[in-house]
Design a protein around this ligand. Structure first.
Ligand code: KIV
Ligand code: NA
Length: 265
């Protein structure tokens, strides 16, 4: 199998083929996601929410991200594996940012890192890029800043925030990021940024004109029934399927149906 690289993603954009991306946090799920042909697998800090049950992405640690990333990398044969630098591991200063990125690359074997923000973290991104680590940007709704925003509502609806986002997007491209996640911004802004940039944009809740799309795997498989924002399309109802299977198992155990003779030694 030919591995997907940052160059592959650039080629896909250049020839107008959309990029498919999903999150994964563990070996078994990553194996399925990779086998299905997804080009980019993100070990997102959304693991804080969907794997650990935290309300926000802030609590997850660098060690925990490395644990998830290591499990994912072991499963993936084709996709590009990108890992989120977690809150607190890169904003403080650029040497700490570099140290965090190097730990991820060395200890997990992942292929790139992703960082939230623009101008504010420019120095940290530059330093990591200088070490030869590919960096993906992330603009718009950046969940590590949720307590600054106060809500998970759509970002950059107003002119000044949209202008800053466009400036940040160009800056990220100019310093050498290989791609950019655009989260929960107006579709028209996504279209403009995606046309102006040469590097691929990957949207979530950002409309149809990003160069690729990403969703949280648990959300798109319908494992979590409560989370239902407008941008989320559910491709399965695994919550129901799993609940039925497990209830059936409980019944079978209670009624002595399981295990039967052929299931015993
Ligand atoms: O952590 C995450 O899952 C993400 C994607 C939603 C882009 O950052
Ligand atoms: Na994230």
């Amino acid at each position: 199998i030919k591995r997907v690289t940052t160059h592959t993603l650039q080629e896909l954009k250049s020839r107008g083929e959309k990029i498919s991306a999903l999150t994964a946090y563990d070996f078994s799920m990553a194996r399925v996601v990779d086998a299905a042909g997804v080009e980019l697998i993100l070990v997102g800090d959304s693991a804080s929410n969907v794997m650990a049950g935290h309300e926000t992405t802030l609590p997850i640690t660098l060690d925990q991200m490395i644990y998830h990333a290591t499990s994912v990398v072991r499963a993936v044969k084709r996709a590009l594996v990108v890992v989120d630098l977690p809150f607190g591991s890169y904003q403080g200063n650029s040497s700490e940012a570099l140290r965090s990125a190097i730990r991820i690359m060395k200890e997990s074997g992942a292929h790139a890192v992703k960082m939230e923000g623009g101008q504010e973290i420019r120095e940290s991104i530059t330093r990591i890029l200088s070490a030869g680590v590919p960096v993906m940007g992330h603009l718009g709704l950046t969940p590590q800043s949720i307590y600054k925003f106060g809500t998970y509502a759509v970002r950059a609806k107003e002119q000044d925030e949209a202008k800053k986002l466009i400036d940040d997007a160009h800056m990220l491209e100019d310093i050498g990021c290989f791609g950019l996640v655009l989260e929960k911004i107006p579709a028209a802004l996504t279209k403009q940024v995606s046309q102006e940039l040469a590097i691929p944009t990957i949207g979530i809740g950002a409309g149809p004109d990003a160069d690729g799309q990403i969703l949280v795997i648990h959300d798109m498989l319908g494992i979590n029934k409560e989370f239902k924002p407008r941008f989320l399309r559910r491709y399965a109802d695994l919550h129901t399927a799993m609940l039925e299977a497990i209830s059936h198992y409980v019944d079978d155990v209670k009624t002595n149906d399981f295990p039967n003779e052929s299931e015993a030694y």
